[in-house]
Design a protein around this ligand. Structure first.
Ligand code: GAR
Length: 189
């Protein structure tokens, strides 16, 4: 698989660690669009090559697709990758692109809804619960078939930091296992 990430990379780290002990599934490459992103160091520590992309090279996806095909990548795992995917990229990996979102989609999704902005909106609306969504990704933000959701309570005295922590815990607990389950199911269908 290829992990697409541009943030601190905490999910990428959990995924990399998890698959270290799964002999038949590998994280082969990390694709990143942000210089200095934490995920670059995490990939380095694990001897995983990093491919840096910019907006121009991402819009014309042919080079990136060729690079990924050269590495026999058949699953794209987005973990904190915030750019909208070009249609040509989606077509190249159709049905094999996973994304994680820090809320219970279809609520709190769409452009600009990422990281703390999601939690802020959840708190502002006094939601009683929030959670995570793992879904198939396409060229639209936070759309696509939902594969898994897990929820947590939002306490009356919840703040941004405490909610972010709860959500991150859920992400770390579930994402690697759901990825593995997805791969095994694809291989048997
Ligand atoms: C995660 O919380 C993920 O759900 C979110 O970015 C964070 C990345 O954290 N993604 C989105 O908001 C996508 N719309 P990480 O770099 O620590 O893994």
């Amino acid at each position: 698989m290829a992990i697409f990430a541009s943030g601190s990379g905490s999910n990428a780290k959990k995924i990399i660690d998890y698959f270290t002990s799964v002999p038949d599934i590998d994280v082969d490459v990390v694709v990143c669009n942000k210089k200095g992103a934490g995920v670059i160091g995490i990939a380095g520590e694990n001897n995983i090559p990093v491919v840096m992309i910019d907006r121009t090279s991402f819009q014309d996806t042919s080079n990136l697709v060729a690079e990924l095909e050269k590495r026999n990548i058949n699953l794209i795992v987005m973990a904190g990758f915030l750019w909208q995917l070009p249609e040509s990229f989606v077509n190249a990996f159709k049905g094999n692109i996973l994304n994680i979102h820090p809320a219970l989609l279809p609520k709190y999704g769409g452009k600009g809804m990422y990281g703390k902005f999601v939690h802020e909106a959840v708190l502002e609306n006094k939601e009683k619960e929030s959670g995570i969504t793992i879904h198939l990704a396409d060229e639209f933000y936070d759309r696509g078939e939902i594969i898994f959701q897990a929820s947590c309570e939002v306490d009356p005295n919840e703040n941004m930091e405490s909610l972010a922590k709860k959500i991150q815990l859920l992400e770390h607990q579930h994402y690697p296992k759901i990825i593995e389950g997805f791969i095994r199911k694809q291989n048997h269908s």
